[in-house]
Design a protein around this ligand. Structure first.
Ligand code: GLU
Length: 257
């Protein structure tokens, strides 16, 4: 299977912005093993701004664009250094791809991006994509990595898109506020009722919430790719996902003409 896995900041870093070493090591181990088993994996990783916040010892996630971009510039290095080190332990080679909204809109640049990803997969490398936050300002940017991951999944014709988050999936209500909330295992169609279940933005250092995940689900499912939301606190769930077992919430892909 060709699987795009989006890793959210909340999976990679503690609330302080410092690396969650245990979780990252486990995640890289499982992803390496899935590659060894023959799956083609592409990671879309957040965490540049979050890690920059940690590394620069900023008190909170910056709100102004220049500081956000400065934090991303610092954090992106840390992010790739971390992945390079962790995946090297299992003999896997990582490749960094940074994209902006303009790159996916422009036909030629989009084609170049796809060619690079396909070549990297042929070479056995592990592409790791993020938005090029140092140049993508709010007006030009894709804005969130859930959407970016869906665009990547669509571009490479992925079989599956997995969004690893700090929540188990889509619930009937916000489980942080309502203890009667239950997990929805399968979403066949993104109806207005389903959209109404998406609350506001995510927590702490993260950018996305359920809203951006549903937006991603629309892009992916329309392209015929299934999308799963699962909890990144348990990277071993990826084994079950790759084996087709029910985990988190699955949005069923139906290619639209
Ligand atoms: N590109 C941002 C970062 O690496 C994250 C955007 C997102 O998480 O949606 O910090």
């Amino acid at each position: 299977m060709r699987i795009v896995i989006k890793i959210g900041t909340s999976t990679l870093a503690h609330a302080s912005g410092r690396l969650n070493i245990r979780q990252v090591e486990l995640l890289c181990k499982v992803v390496s093993d899935l590659k060894n088993a023959g799956h083609e994996i592409i990671l879309v990783s957040s965490g540049a701004i979050g890690m920059g916040v940690g590394k620069l010892s900023l008190k909170e996630r910056p709100k102004d664009t220049p500081t956000k971009q400065a934090a991303a510039a610092v954090g992106q290095c840390e992010l790739m250094y971390t992945y390079d080190k962790a995946f090297a332990e299992y003999c896997h080679t990582v490749a960094q791809i940074l994209l902006t909204g303009a790159d996916v809109e422009d036909e030629r640049r989009h084609r170049n991006f796809r060619n690079t990803i396909f070549r990297l997969l042929e070479l056995g490398a592990l592409p790791i994509v993020n938005e090029n936050d140092t140049v993508a300002t709010e007006e030009l940017g894709i804005g969130d990595n859930d959407t970016l991951a869906a665009i990547v999944a669509e571009s490479v014709g992925a079989d599956l898109l997995v969004l690893l988050s700090d929540i188990d999936g889509l619930y009937t209500a916000d489980p942080r506020k309502d203890d009667r909330a239950t997990l929805i295992p399968v979403v066949e169609a993104i109806t207005p009722e389903v959209e109404a279940l998406a609350g506001g933005a995510g927590t702490g250092l993260a950018t996305g919430g359920m809203e951006t995940k549903l937006h991603a689900a629309k892009i992916a499912t329309r392209a015929g790719t299934d999308m799963i939301i699962a909890n990144g606190a348990h990277p071993a769930l990826l084994y079950e996902i790759a084996a087709g077992k029910p985990v988190g919430t699955r949005f069923v892909g139906r290619k639209q003409a």
